[in-house]
Write a protein that binds this ligand. Structure first.
Ligand code: PDD
Length: 298
């Protein structure tokens, strides 16, 4: 079945979907995006994703092209037309198309794109055993809280990880402060057993998974401190984790050649995986350590 995309008011086969060649998303990366899950036919943390999208648009002074309710309806219609129940949905809104000029056009209509594909679960082996990461300098701009389609530094960092055979790149500013990863947020469980992650600031994207995981940690009685950690603290950590909409709660067991903790996913990671699994999937499968294995294949 041909995949169907929503583009500016129309549902079209993805192979025929197109935007104007002078779209500002294309020429200036002048746009924002979201990636969200739809689980069992319902948006997972949809409100948080759409609220972040609204903040990203406002930050770039792109007028919201429609209400959140209307956009949510388009998301669900795109999922339906692709005959999916569990989906990963991509939403992109650019400032629109206009003759090329850096300053905002006087009148432009935002370009809205929504695509949906079958939700892929994280690799079960990686999810059960943990992954290795590399460290890369964080060379991004100072508005990382905006989910902008301007992702070249993230692309380069992720490519460096790929070439090193690693899952992700932890990014550092000022030499040794870990901010986040190329496309996920990161955490340690420090020597005192405290779950640490960089505070919300223009230096990181406030992940929806991050916000959920921090609430789940608090509910689990896990001490949380939104305080940056350094590379040295990462290497000495008991546990390390990264989170995102598509990686869920992924254990990190190696940074470069350095093994974290005992080299296996630790107890805090396991509890957060189970809690996140319950949060997203409810009673679909047991909330156990083998979370990814327990997930129905979708
Ligand atoms: N990435 N930090 C960055 C830089 C990200 O790009 C992402 C998400 C996150 C985690 O955010 P969330 O928990 O809301 O997914 C953190 C998405 C999934 C992507 O670009 O594909």
């Amino acid at each position: 079945m041909a995949r169907i995309a929503y583009v500016n008011g129309r549902y079209v086969p993805q192979s025929q979907a197109a935007v104007h060649i002078e779209d500002r998303g294309n020429q200036f990366a002048d746009g924002v995006y979201e990636v969200m899950k739809v689980v069992d036919g319902r948006p997972s943390d949809g409100d948080r994703h759409l609220a972040r999208l609204a903040r990203s648009l406002a930050s770039l002074r792109i007028e919201a092209p429609m209400s959140e309710a209307a956009l949510q309806q388009i998301v669900m219609e795109t999922v339906r037309r692709n005959r999916l129940r569990d989906a990963t949905v991509y939403i992109q809104i650019s400032r629109g198309s206009a003759p090329r000029d850096h300053a905002f056009p006087k009148a432009s209509v935002p370009t809205v794109i929504v695509t949906a594909k079958r939700m892929k679960r994280p690799d079960p082996k990686a999810y059960a055993e943990g992954v290795g990461v590399v460290v890369q300098p964080d060379i991004r701009w100072l508005k990382c809280e905006v989910k902008s389609v301007s992702l070249l530094p993230n692309v380069l960092a992720r490519q460096a990880a790929r070439e090193a055979g690693a899952y992700e790149a932890f990014l550092t500013r000022d030499g040794d402060v870990v901010t986040e990863c190329s496309a996920s947020n990161c955490y340690i469980v420090d020597a005192e057993g405290v779950l640490r992650t960089h505070p919300l600031s223009p230096l990181i994207l406030g992940g929806v998974t991050r916000s959920v995981v921090l609430e789940l940690a608090a509910a689990e009685g896990i001490p949380v401190d939104e305080r940056p950690f350094t590379l040295a603290e990462l290497e000495d950590a008991r546990e390390a984790i990264l989170t995102s909409t598509s990686s869920w709660v992924m254990p990190v067991v190696r940074v470069g050649d350095q093994v974290i903790g005992d080299g296996t996913p630790g107890p805090v990671t396991r509890r957060l995986q189970a809690a996140y699994h319950r949060h997203v999937f409810g009673n679909r499968g047991p909330a156990v350590a083998t979370v990814a294995d327990a997930m129905p294949v979708v």
